[in-house]
Design a protein around this ligand. Structure first.
Ligand code: CIR
Length: 256
């Protein structure tokens, strides 16, 4: 169960952030409204929020998830893979240290983006991507092991269309994973029950369990139906402006 989350709204320069998708420029006012709806949904699920002020120096800083890995037994401050995002951790780290006594830091030459790290109960899937390198992944693995968790590395560098591991994978609890087609046959996921999405609904794989609800992106009816059929209570949120900047539901908060 989560009781808290850290969030940060997009700043005025949001549209100048990094993106690999060709969906046009985001509209700031719509993004701010979508962000507020996201925050209110987290609150309606019982979380108390720390709302950081917008960081005008870092256009991608609304995607706070990438700056830290928070677990029940300790936290790790990341070193984001994109040089333009490195400074984002400076604002988040003191806050993490206020809440966690056991805090580690990823050091150069390691890089880790939180979006590549998928917690699955006692196990962590660590994506190696264009953002999280092997140095960073191995540093993180040592920290997670010191917390008592197991881990496995999932190399997604050959998987097109996903920026981070969690762009194509979500853990829903128990043994249940939501997976995009390209990750389905990986042996690392063989001990799990697979919830497979329609191939035209890949973006919806980045769904987010918050206590007894599953937040999903709006506009993906087959995913919504499939999750509800399996007994999950879903809340659909409009994510259009964040999708334009390669972001999803998990990216917008650090939950603990
Ligand atoms: C970036 O390219 O870094 C941002 N535009 C998107 C980050 C998305 N974060 C995430 O999936 N955790």
């Amino acid at each position: 169960m989560f009781s808290k989350a850290i969030v940060r709204p997009p700043g005025a320069n949001f549209a100048t952030g990094l993106t690999t998708v060709d969906l046009g420029a985001p509209d700031l006012e719509r993004a701010l409204n979508q962000h507020e709806a996201y925050c209110q949904t987290l609150e309606s699920c019982g979380l108390s929020l720390t709302r950081l002020a917008a960081d005008e120096e870092h256009p991608d800083s609304t995607f706070v998830e990438d700056t830290a890995i928070l677990t029940a037994r300790g936290a790790v401050i990341t070193r984001p893979g994109a040089p333009s995002r490195r400074g984002e951790t400076n604002h988040v780290a003191p806050l993490i240290r206020d809440h966690f006594s056991n805090v580690h830091v990823i050091e150069e030459p390691g890089t880790v983006d939180g979006g590549d790290i998928c917690e699955a109960g006692e196990h962590f899937f660590i994506g190696i991507s264009l953002r999280t390198n092997e140095h960073g992944a191995r540093q993180l693995a040592v920290f997670l092991e010191s917390f008592g968790y197991s881990w496995s590395l999932i190399d997604i560098r050959g998987v097109s269309n996903i920026l981070h591991l969690k762009s194509g994978l979500a853990y829903l609890g128990g043994k249940q994973l939501v997976l995009i087609e390209a990750l389905r046959r990986r042996q690392e996921f063989s001990g799990y029950e697979h919830i497979c999405l329609d191939s035209n609904e890949d973006y919806a794989a980045n769904c987010l369990v918050i206590n007894d609800k599953v937040l999903i992106a709006d506009g993906f009816p087959a995913t919504k139906r499939e999750l509800e059929h399996r007994g999950y209570q879903t809340i659909a949120l409009d994510m259009s402006e964040f999708q334009k900047m390669d972001g999803g539901l998990s990216c917008l908060s650090l939950r603990f």
